[in-house]
Design a protein around this ligand. Structure first.
Ligand code: ADP
Ligand code: MG
Length: 403
């Protein structure tokens, strides 16, 4: 990786501002339903505590839109972290201001503090330099471990790096190297599986990855627009007409490159978007009038699995059917199982995709689960993420050292 990490700076006796991504899913009563993102920050936090730093954690949660909103408090996340670390994690009532300042100033090596939701401050999403400066005044070093927020140029993800030595945390490093190896030097064959609801969300990543992969397997709602672009009638399935030209371009590149492109050959059609709908397995051109396609069919699933078996690298984003409803989860489950059984480097990203792996009971058998969501996709689109770009370059430093 060409960015400096926390191992490249001396943190002993320093106050370290750590941007984490504690934007975790919560249930109706506000309880945390999945603490993976909090757990994923533990290596960085433990490293810093063991190396004599004092930690000031900063994160966003939800979209409070620059106003204090108790339902978006980070108190439950601080409590969960305290449980995981078996030590207290006090929370400063605001991001900046005298309480945060005093609490940060009083921190001793080996202690930690969490700031309240940074999006309570109107400056955060505007990347306000004033807020960035105030945040930086709390610490000596900035560690960005919030890969999931790195695609945003906000005060706490990018702006603050202008005022402090800024390095990557261990999760950030792992995300960049794991996802980076997919687009720079994947072991081949490299297979990408793409599903999910909307082509518009996936087109940029498809457009980049079609140049890198040996096989591209497309399922989910996304496949319907691709099939329609090939002139196939898809019943009442929603088709994104404005995406058809771009879809055809992806198909064209896959032909020119001579890669395997798999679209569903059979599908599960339903007479309603419902768990209790009537369903049938049909060939892809035979979707009955008024019926919706809600999963890939068994033949398609088998073809996808053949590609997965031959692969040495697999990236998967987007469920292949409406996996939240039992009649439409078979394709997603079978592919999840195939990935779990594969000796290949398997990488999965996306909130719903991770939920699908959990539902299939195979999450722990996937080699790398990206915590990134939108950031993972933007990274794989080949874009430079503002939160990554803002970190100190390793090359610059070694060039300076050589002088
Ligand atoms: P991720 O969060 O992993 O990036 P997406 O959010 O892009 O995934 O897509 C997940 C959603 O796509 C799920 O809610 C799933 O029900 C939906 N989906 C998958 N296949 C279909 C389909 N054939 N028709 C409608 N929705 C679908
Ligand atoms: Mg999603």
């Amino acid at each position: 990786m060409d960015k400096k990490t926390l191992r490249d700076v001396d943190v002993k006796g320093k106050k370290v501002l750590v941007r984490v991504d504690f934007n975790v899913p919560v249930g109706k009563s506000g309880d945390i339903t999945d603490d993976s993102r909090i757990r994923a920050s533990l290596p960085t936090i433990s490293y810093l505590l063991q190396n004599g730093a004092a930690i000031i954690l900063v994160s966003h949660f939800g979209r409070p839109k620059g106003k204090v909103a108790p339902e978006f408090s980070l108190a439950p996340m601080a409590a969960q972290l305290a449980k995981l670390l078996s030590r207290p994690v006090p929370i400063a009532p605001s991001v900046v201001g005298s309480d945060a300042k005093n609490m940060a100033a009083a921190l001793k090596p080996g202690e930690l503090l969490m700031l309240e939701n940074v999006r309570f401050h109107p400056g955060e999403e505007m990347n306000d330099p004033g807020l960035a400066k105030d945040l930086s005044s709390l610490a000596d070093v900035f560690v960005n471990d919030a890969f999931g927020a790195a695609h945003r140029a906000h005060s706490s993800t990018a702006g603050v790096a202008a005022y402090l030595p800024a390095v990557a945390g261990l999760l950030m490093e792992k995300e960049i190297t794991s996802l980076g190896s997919l687009i720079s030097n994947p072991e081949r064959p490299f297979v990408t599986i793409l599903g999910g609801a909307k082509v518009a969300d996936k087109l940029p990543v498809l457009t980049n990855l079609v140049h890198k992969v040996d096989a591209l397997l497309i399922g989910g709602g996304v496949a319907q627009t691709f099939l329609a672009a090939n002139g196939i009638h898809m019943g009442a399935s929603p088709i994104e007409g404005d995406m058809m030209d771009d879809a055809r371009k992806v198909l064209e590149v896959s032909r020119t490159r001579g890669i395997h492109l798999e679209l569903p050959v059979d599908v599960i059609a339903a007479d309603a978007f419902s768990e209790t709908a009537h369903t049938q397995v049909v060939r892809r051109g035979d979707v009955p009038e008024g019926w919706l396609v809600l999963d890939i069919g068994p033949q398609t699933t088998a073809r996808f699995i053949e590609h997965i078996k031959k692969a040495r690298t697999v990236f998967w984003n987007g469920p292949l059917g409406v996996f939240e409803m039992a009649p439409f989860r078979a394709g997603t489950d079978a592919v999840a199982q195939a990935l779990a059984d594969s000796p290949a480097m398997t990488v999965v990203g996306g909130g719903d995709s991770l939920a699908a792996l959990e539902q299939a009971g195979v999450a722990s058998r996937i080699k790398y689960l990206s915590t990134g969501g939108g950031a993972s996709l933007e990274f794989l689109e080949g874009r430079e993420l503002p939160g990554v770009a803002a970190l100190a370059d390793r090359r610059q430093c070694s060039a300076r050292a050589r002088e």
